[in-house]
Each structure stands twice: as C-alpha cells, then as structure tokens.
Design a protein around this ligand. Sequence first.
Ligand SMILES: NC(=O)c1ccc[n+]([C@@H]2O[C@H](COP(=O)([O-])OP(=O)(O)OC[C@H]3O[C@@H](n4cnc5c(N)ncnc54)[C@H](OP(=O)(O)O)[C@@H]3O)[C@@H](O)[C@H]2O)c1
Length: 266
Amino acid sequence: MIIGFDRALFDGKTVVVTGCGRGIGAAVAAAFLKTGARVIGHVGRSLENAESDLLKRLGSDDRRRLTLITADLSQRGGGQALADEIGAKLAGPLDVLINNAGTMVGRIPATEVDEAAFDAVVDLNVRSVVALTSCLLPALKAGGQAEGGAAVVNTSSISAIVGGSPGSSLYSSSKAFISTWTRALARELAPDQIRVNAVSPGTIMTDFHRRYSSQAKLDATAAAIPLKRLGTADDCAPAYLFLASAVLSGYLTGQVIEVNGGQFMG
Ligand SMILES: NC(=O)c1ccc[n+]([C@@H]2O[C@H](COP(=O)([O-])OP(=O)(O)OC[C@H]3O[C@@H](n4cnc5c(N)ncnc54)[C@H](OP(=O)(O)O)[C@@H]3O)[C@@H](O)[C@H]2O)c1
C-alpha cells in the first residue's frame, strides 16, 4: 500500500481501531501505523483473520506499535468489556477512536425480521458502538486537551441513505443511526475539543460482500458506478486518516464523507 500522507502525521498519537483484523479496518489500522501512530487494534472475534490480512500489511517497526485485542461485540456488554480492556492498555489519553467493527449479520427478508434478528444486528452495529464510545469518553476528553484535540471517526454506509438492497433493512437502518448519532455527538462533544465524523463506504470488495452478495450483483453494481469499479479497503483508509487528523480536518465535525466512486452523490 502506498500512503500519500506524511509518515510522521500521527507520531505520538494513540489510536483505537475496531474490527481491524481484515477488510476496511485492516487497511485503516495499517495506514495509522505507517504514519507513526501507536494502535490498539480490536481485530474482531479471533486472531485468525488478522494473520491473513492486517499482519501481512505490516513491517516489524509497525508491529512494535500495535497491541491486539479480540472481543465479540454481538454480545450484550461486549462494548463495555472491550472498553475495559482498552482502558487497561491505555497509558494515557486517547487521541483517536475509529469505530469500524460491524456487518450485515445476514440477509434477512422483511417477512423474517423478528426480535432475535433485530437484536443481532442492532447489538453489533449500534449498541456496542455507543457503549464503547461512551466508556472511552473520559480518555477522549483527556485527548481533547492536547493540541489539535481528539477525534472519533465512525463507519456508516451508503445504505444508510439509499436503503441498501433486499434483506438489509435492519443493517441499513442501523447505519442510519450511526450517521445521525455522529452529528449529535459532534455537537455535544465540540466543547471538549473532540471532533466526531463518519466515513460512509459504498460497495467495497471485502469479505463483507464475498459473504452477502453474488458475483452477478457485484458485476452489475460495478458497471453502474461512475468510476466503473467496486471500491477497495485501501480506497477507504485515507478518508479515515483525513478525518482523524487535526492538521488536515481540524475545522470539520459532524460530517459523513461518502467514499463510493460516485455510486451515490448527495
Ligand atoms: N464492504 C462494504 O461494502 C461496506 C459498505 C459500507 C459499510 N461497511 C462497513 O464497514 C465496516 C467494515 O466492513 P468490511 O467491509 O471491512 O467487512 P469485513 O471484512 O467483514 O470486516 C468486518 C470487521 O468487523 C468485525 N466484526 C464483525 N462482527 C463482529 C462481532 N460480532 N464482534 C466483533 N467484531 C466483529 C470483523 O471481525 P471478525 O473477523 O470476527 O468477523 C472484522 O474485523 C463495517 O462496519 C461495515 O458495516 C462496509
């Protein structure tokens, strides 16, 4: 991966990235490490995927600044438990929180939506994100005291606005929550010098779509995208770095940046 950012952009900064074992989170965590950050990386439920994605992206110097944690965020209390573990590893303030872990859980037709399905999607994509962030606010407020303040970057989705495709009603709505929560939190935390923004990926070729979309559907989507291709995890990472850096986006808060090759233009 080629990073066009200054290699010292995040020197001395502590960054938490959730869901960074593979996919978008792996590209984001690797990009922070390559620009000098110390990263506390929640890799997902097991280390297995990190070995085939995140760890392959890193040199030995990057790995020295990386701490790995596993946690299941679909469990009630998962966000709080992860925050406790992160708190134990934080030696001081937290500068940047990247809320990325999440998934569709499954394609659930509207006729099959029940309480169990609702809980599974909302616990992972909403409840755990809110709980983790709330528990880490004292550390972020401490980070806000440093020059440039602190930053939270959430992960929404193009489906939050366009509604997604069949079977994604709960997931798409959970991401709409994340977009609105981003704006509300931005307003509330601005006095603490904590900026809150979100990245909204379009159709990004990760395990997410290998699981939930057919090749025919992906080919049709790619053909309809103005840039004529699906996105990659590396297409998304620079938007996270941009929103996390006070040097690059210090006057930006409460914004949702669409990274989608023109698939949706607001
Ligand atoms: N790919 C897209 O087109 C797209 C579009 C819009 C938004 N997004 C969003 O972007 C984020 C990253 O997605 P991705 O495409 O990189 O998907 P991915 O490759 O499937 O990675 C998802 C990450 O979230 C973690 N995760 C999932 N369920 C978890 C659970 N129950 N507990 C803890 N961690 C869990 C995964 O860990 P495990 O290894 O344990 O599964 C993995 O690290 C997600 O929030 C997704 O909703 C993706």
